[in-house]
Ligand binder design. Structure first.
Ligand code: EPZ
Length: 425
């Protein structure tokens, strides 16, 4: 398995270009199953999860051509409605084919995604919503089996805002008979990007980005092209890279207006930030102070930036309390940061960080995508060399991360040692 070594202590300086949003690209690619013919999707990040979604669409019979950051998909005709376990277990977001398959072909068999390092990750809200739309949903031998002659519009209330749940239901409702209202819908920018793509293809959607989304079903969707929005979590990760090394970095091709909570929290910690329409300039010369953070569904502070901020707060003066309210066990990075000399105590869903700590490089183990990013950031600030094992987790959501960090002056090297194991969640 690959590992990455980092020699820390260099303030990062320079510009970095932000790629397309993984969590927008995944539902957008899945939505091609709703038909209409060949769609050209650009600004698609070249990350493992997106390649996996392309493989899944191929298994279902779609024609998939993925070159650089451009994907050409034709799912007009598919030959299977089964998403197999050995693929779904490598990427939970495979569940995003459930709604489109059911809506377009009247049936779907999708392996239960299973839990992962950050929590049990249930899909009960996806299934309850589809059942309300008239689907016959059952669980057999670890597979979700869903059937419906034609889905009908329904009034759906989600107990908790679910990003992929909202996306699944919005896609399914696009071809249902009648009108669907999703209440307590998730409001992430990635949901708006998916809705924009669906509307370009003839879907009738109102309210995407708010907590009430109304979808009037149509008989069929047309083809369209789409340019995926920039990745706000990749952007946030490079901002923290600049802040934790007390450097000065500029992000190009990003969307500051998708990052309000993070930008406010970085400013509260003492980081200087100027924003333009598609650029962010960060300067972290002065000492940082500890702050409190509570992760929440969008527009609250993103849980996908929690590990990165825990790493940053180890270098801030004072105490920071970071509360994780979205997932039940998303502190896998804490033990590894403590091995680097961080002073962090986990009490239930809160991590209490006391700083500043002078982190020391050490061999550490990555556990999930964003925890791995947190360890890279700590390595950039630590004295000496940090070796990160199981670094394949990073490849799921960050395109060319080592190259982009080297472009900012980091001393970071990827050591290729064989391939990742099959069951990465
Ligand atoms: C999406 O996951 C993202 N993944 C995650 O990003 C992100 O962390 C998460 O949203 C929260 O923002 C993609 O978009 C592909 P949820 P998702 O359903 O949709 C509970 C990354 O690093 N819930 O919004 O799986 C659930 O347990 C990944 O890029 C139910 O109870 O998350 C959690 O507590 C990690 N029942 C909360 O809702 C359900 O049916 C939010 O989960 C669904 C969810």
């Amino acid at each position: 398995m690959d590992r990455t070594t980092i020699t820390g202590g260099t303030p990062l300086r320079g510009e970095v270009q932000i790629g397309g949003a993984k969590n927008a690209a995944l539902p957008i690619l899945a939505s091609t199953i709703l038909g209409g013919g060949e769609c050209v999707i650009t600004n698609v990040p070249r990350v493992v999860d997106v390649v996996t979604m392309g493989k899944l669409l191929g298994i279902l019979g779609a024609k998939v051509h993925h070159e650089g950051n451009r994907a050409v998909i034709n799912a007009e005709v598919i030959t299977s409605t089964q998403a197999p376990y050995d693929l779904v277990k490598t990427m939970r977001a495979s569940v995003l084919v459930l709604g489109p398959l059911l809506a377009r072909w009247g049936e779907a068999t999708v392996s239960m995604p299973g839990g992962c390092a950050i929590g049990s990750r249930p899909v009960n809200l996806h299934l309850a919503g589809l059942a309300k739309m008239g689907a016959d949903v059952s669980m057999e031998h670890g597979y979700i089996r869903a059937k419906a002659k034609r889905l009908t519009g329904a009034q759906i209330y989600c107990d908790t805002p679910t990003v992929t749940g909202t996306e699944n239901l919005m896609m399914a409702a696009s071809l249902a008979q009648g009108t669907t209202v999703i209440e307590n819908a998730a409001k992430e920018p990635e949901i708006v990007d998916l809705a924009n793509f669906l509307m370009k293809r003839g879907a009738r959607i109102d309210g995407a980005g708010s907590d009430v989304i109304t979808i009037e079903g149509v008989r069929e969707l047309q083809r369209s092209d789409h340019d995926v929005i920039p990745d706000r979590i990749e952007a946030g990760t490079y901002l923290v890279a600049g802040a934790i090394t007390r450097g000065a970095v500029t992000l190009n091709r990003c969307r500051p207006n998708h990052m309000d909570a993070l930008l406010m929290k970085l400013r509260e910690a003492g980081v200087e930030i100027q924003v333009e329409k598609e650029q962010i300039h960060l300067n972290a010369g002065s000492p940082l102070k500890g702050i409190d953070i509570r992760t929440l569904p969008y527009p609250g502070f993103p849980t996908d930036m929690q590990a990165q901020m825990v790493a940053l707060m180890t270098s801030a003066e004072g105490t920071s309390v970071i509360t994780e309210t979205v997932f039940e066990s998303r502190f896998m990075h804490v033990e590894e940061l403590r091995r680097m000399g961080a002073d962090i105590k986990v009490e239930g869903n809160r991590a209490v960080v006391t700083g500043p700590s002078r982190l020391a490089g050490a061999p550490v183990m990555a556990s999930d995508l964003r925890a791995s990013a947190g360890l890279v950031l700590a390595g950039l600030a630590a004295e000496g060399t940090t070796e990160i094992l199981r670094v394949y987790h990073l490849d799921r959501g960050y395109e060319r991360m080592e190259e982009k960090l080297r472009g900012l002056g980091a001393t970071i090297t990827r050591h290729k040692e064989g391939t990742a194991p099959a069951d990465i969640h």
